[in-house]
Design a protein around this ligand. Structure first.
Ligand code: SF4
Length: 148
């Protein structure tokens, strides 16, 4: 059976989010995420990534690709997308906030002045899609999963 293709609007959304993430990778700021997942333990850090709508849609695509259809709360209050083996289950689709994270061993938070243009692109996409601005990861991705 032929694989269902994403509609053009969805494809454009995903392409823009991917382009922003690819641009971030090219920035000359050295970061070394070693997947220690410290930043994924929300209850411990007291910090949760916020996502624009395009990011949430892209993350939801990653959730579906991992074989899940819903978000289940993590038993220890960590990110619901943190797998049992302690790894992000949507690493390639992880949101911008997870890439510019607050993990000190990985280099600490990106200075905003170096990524403000990328944040603006994600916000512009959110507005274009009719989003409500950045939202907490769990409800943002859960709603994006519901909408497709
Ligand atoms: S999406 Fe992945 S990298 Fe981001 S907080 Fe959740 S588990 Fe961690």
């Amino acid at each position: 059976m032929a694989r269902k293709q994403p509609d053009p609007a969805l494809r454009a959304t995903l392409d823009e989010v991917k382009a922003v993430y690819a641009e971030l990778e090219k920035r000359p700021l050295q970061r070394d995420c070693q997947m220690r997942t410290q930043c994924c333990h929300f209850r411990l850090t007291g910090k949760t990534p916020f996502l624009t709508l395009g990011e949430a849609i892209y993350a939801a695509q990653g959730v579906r690709a991992s074989g899940r259809k819903v978000m289940k709360p993590h038993p220890e209050g960590a990110c619901p997308l943190l797998g049992k083996e302690g790894r992000c289950t949507i690493y390639a689709h992880r949101p911008f906030g997870c890439r510019t994270h607050f993990c000190q061993p990985a280099g600490g938070m990106y200075p905003r002045k170096h990524i403000a243009d990328l944040i603006h692109r994600l916000e512009a996409l959110d507005e274009k899609l009719g989003g409500d601005g950045s939202r907490e990861l769990e409800p943002a991705v859960a709603d994006a999963l519901d909408d497709r």
